[in-house]
Write a protein that binds this ligand. Structure first.
Ligand SMILES: NC(=O)c1ccc[n+]([C@@H]2O[C@H](COP(=O)([O-])OP(=O)(O)OC[C@H]3O[C@@H](n4cnc5c(N)ncnc54)[C@H](OP(=O)(O)O)[C@@H]3O)[C@@H](O)[C@H]2O)c1
Length: 278
């Protein structure tokens, strides 16, 4: 398909997905506006005076919401502001497990985008492969010391999505025709448990890393002892339950649907990633 939109605003542009979406757009010879509270283009969900200047002149927006309690209302208001700024297309980062089972919170943000007058595309990725290295608040502290990843996920598997694939999908949906009104569920090519994933990482990196399945109670006690607040710990336990219950274990076709090729394998992520810090 031909590229028809070229001026793209990337919210969360310094984050795990946004930075890669911006890179994927640059590979298309575009110059995306990279926005966040501390990014080159200032954008703050909590400061609406930043919205209009960030939107000005752009035709498409990659939307990473605030994850706060008002996220869906903010996204709805942002979509209206985008329409006023003559933006034509919004691509929302949602999530596979959340959208399907977590009730109104996550779905409300999707609904807010769907209710807008703009063309929209929703991306529902499963767990990011890059969580192993780029999600310090979830994994980082637990990797440290003994090289153990202690999680209440049991033998549960997930079809981890490589964010390079997500970025290619987002860049395509942002710039090409044919994706309006579509919701793409995105996963990697193969399901693996945390234990299998850590074993691959250990082998490729030559580091003595290992996965230790723990009960939810033990996990809770460890995180509380490490100083994490109760609501944060509750949220993590709920999220990890999704993996234990294999809510995102079935590989799906979203990457192929958009890109016409298979998703990258988890091994691709492992072999090109530096694990020396974990
Ligand atoms: N991790 C997973 O496995 C997974 C799976 C499916 C879906 N998701 C979804 O992915 C989303 C997170 O995306 P990500 O991982 O790409 O982001 P991220 O790495 O967590 O980074 C967050 C980005 O948003 C910016 N940001 C934070 N608060 C902001 C605010 N109030 N206003 C404006 N910008 C703000 C940050 O930059 P500044 O700090 O400079 O503002 C940064 O660029 C979440 O909604 C999560 O539900 C995650």
């Amino acid at each position: 398909m031909t590229s028809n939109l070229s001026r793209v605003l990337v919210l969360g542009g310094t984050g795990k997905t946004g930075s890669r979406v911006a890179t994927a757009l640059r590979r298309r010879d575009l110059s995306p506006a990279v926005a966040s509270r501390r990014g080159p283009v200032r954008f703050d969900w909590a400061d609406r005076s930043t919205w209009e200047p960030a939107l000005a002149g752009n035709e498409a927006v990659y939307v990473v919401d605030s994850q706060g309690p008002d996220a869906s209302a903010e996204v709805g208001d942002f979509a209206a502001a985008a329409a006023r700024a003559r933006v034509r297309r919004l691509v929302l980062l949602s999530g596979r497990p959340y959208g399907e089972i977590a009730g109104d919170g996550w779905l409300a943000t999707e609904k807010a985008i769907q209710a807008s007058s703009l063309d929209w595309t929703i991306l529902r990725p499963t767990w990011f492969a890059q969580n192993f290295t780029e999600l310090p608040e979830f994994f980082g502290t637990l990797w440290s010391g003994a090289g153990e990843l202690r999680m209440p996920t049991g033998e549960g598997r997930d079809a981890f999505i490589d964010l390079e694939d997500l970025a290619d999908v987002a860049a395509t949906a942002l710039t090409e025709e044919g994706h309006a009104g579509r919701t793409y569920v995105l996963s990697g090519a193969r399901s693996l448990s945390l234990g299998q994933a850590v074993a691959e990482i250990a082998e490729a990196s030559g580091r003595p890393l290992r996965f230790v399945p723990v009960t939810e109670d033990a996990y809770r006690a460890e995180l509380i002892a490490a100083g994490h607040p109760d609501p944060f710990v509750d949220g993590l336990i709920e999220l990890f339950r999704h993996i234990r219950e294999e809510r995102g274990a079935e590989p799906v076709d979203g990457v192929r649907e958009v890109l016409g090729r298979a998703p990258r394998d988890f091994t691709d992520y492992v072999t090109r990633t530096d694990f020396s810090a974990v």
